[in-house]
Design a protein around this ligand. Sequence first.
Ligand code: PLP
Length: 295
Amino acid sequence: MSLPFTLLIDPVPADSERTTFEDTFHEMESAAPALRVGELSTQRGDGIFETLSVVNGHPQEVEPHIARLCNSAQICDLPVPNSAQWRAAISYAVARLPHEGELALKFVLSRGVESGPAPTAWLHATRAADFSAARRNGVRVITLDRGYPRGVAERAPWLLMGAKTLSYAVNMAALREAHRRGADDTIFLTTDDYVMEGPTSSVILRTGGVYVTPAPSGAILHGTTQQSMFDYLRDQGEKVEYRDVTIDELRQADAAWLVSSVRLAVAITALDGEPMRTDQPLTAALNAYLLARTA
Ligand code: PLP
């Protein structure tokens, strides 16, 4: 099967007794129209998604991605996803996709068509963007104010901060702002100067010999790649920690990374124009580990 690959899915309720789902999957021609104009995903960005990496035929971190889809659904009052159906859809797609190289597999659950009977779901696979230079050379990052204080998720849950929604216009605008300022990527800060996350990545830093990431306490996503990286570091006997991180602490870190499913780990080489220390041997080891995952 050539890429891109699109599978429309008739979502099955989570409490269904079904164990087979193939009749709910509809393969689409890549150029064929697939969504209705009344789709709330396209009209309002009202839906949720996940993107996982497929490396040499192995979909990575399937269970953490499905778990986060379920968490996003709960935050957004969407029907509970049927995890078995999503698992089956991912396997169905992977069996039909090229078994060499890196692919990005996105899966989406939208609220569906206005006053329609059911949510809309689909899966879409493409070749992954080439991150090899960023993995080798790192990225220059700027910080940008996200406009909310620490604790915003508890105070204003309707902002859906901890859900991976389709409303990524702000995230994309932040990346364009980074490019305008001559950088490659962005880290969002709270109005009171705590580190949040990148527009499409988690932030990890090493300080005082401990690997730290901002606690996913509702205002940011709990990154699946960050969790894999912490597993690797723990296995190496390193200390890892979730806690609040101030921008000053990030500026003084021994090393820092942006991590996400398809890019994997890239070192931050400069922050707001100031050079950052890096650990390229560790970055290379991390990426070798992340690429070799087979589950
Ligand atoms: N935070 C945001 C806002 C993201 O969009 C992403 C991934 O796209 C991440 C964090 C990293 O998540 P993961 O490692 O599961 O890809």
